[in-house]
Ligand binder design. Structure first.
Ligand SMILES: [Fe+2]
Length: 258
């Protein structure tokens, strides 16, 4: 099992508070069978002048700690990057981190309103050769209201969608849960990760999330596992067969949660 989205670096963002909590999270993950994890702290961190340097140091410290505690999980680099206008410039200046130094970028956007420059920024970043994964689309208010937007994101923009395992357990509310479960059922998603923030607060749920996903959409566990592996190898991810085409039952299914 591989997890591509987590906030396990100590004292960096709203994730693990300190090294002890980071180690406790990793031990719990190991018990659940995790083998590899990408540490994906938020970008930007407003007070941090040299993000990459600081994250690199924290990664090194956490790897040392894991080794000293006999935790056999490979900890990989990454970042969860908020979409903003200057991303192409930041990427051009090599200021940001991809997942495991591949071409895959993990991006998130404002939860309430999609910025009007979204298509332009996506286009510019892809033109630079990056592949884009969107974190937890089910949590965005505008997606919950109009999930058909995701057809454009997948079919026109070639974005890859990563669900939070925590969403299908209702940890982000009923709307996010309903949206995640329907996206999974229909097949409008590519990856599942934990987005772990702590040992108690937003804990690791990927192992049980993959099992629950399998019950909602048969074959999903295998696809999610294969796709996480593919991202780390910078290979293509596979897509589900989409059950419902746009302007179909899909919209009706969502109308009850609006
Ligand atoms: Fe996150």
């Amino acid at each position: 099992m591989i997890d591509l989205h987590s906030h396990i670096l100590p004292g960096v963002d709203d994730g693990a508070a300190d090294m002890e909590e980071s180690a406790a999270i990793l031990k719990f993950m190991q018990q659940k069978g995790l083998k590899k994890i990408a540490a994906t702290p938020h970008y930007p961190l407003y007070k941090e002048k040299d993000y990459k340097k600081m994250i690199g140091e924290k990664l090194g410290q956490l790897r040392e700690k894991a080794k000293s505690e006999n935790i056999d999980i490979e900890i990989l680099s990454g970042s969860e990057i908020l979409i903003e206008k200057k991303l192409p410039w930041l990427l051009n200046d090599n200021k940001l981190l991809t997942i495991n130094n591949t071409d895959y970028l993990l991006l998130e956007t404002h939860p309430i309103l999609l910025p009007d420059y979204f298509p332009e920024i996506i286009h510019d970043i892809q033109a630079m050769g990056f592949k884009i994964i969107i974190a937890h689309p089910e949590r965005y208010n505008f997606i919950q209201k109009d999930p058909t937007l995701l057809y454009d994101w997948v079919e026109l923009y070639d974005l890859k969608l990563m669900l939070n395992s925590s969403s299908i357990f209702g940890l982000h509310g009923k709307r996010a849960q309903n949206t995640a479960e329907k996206l999974l059922d229909i097949g409008l998603c590519h990856l599942m990760s934990s987005d772990t923030h702590g040992i108690d607060k937003r804990p690791f749920t990927l192992a049980k999330g993959l099992n629950k996903a399998e019950k909602i959409r048969k074959g999903s566990k295998k696809i999610f596992k294969a796709n996480a592996k593919a991202v780390l190898a910078n290979d293509k991810v596979e897509s589900f067969e989409i059950k419902e085409k746009r302007n179909s039952i899909f919209e009706k299914i969502f109308s009850f949660i609006i």
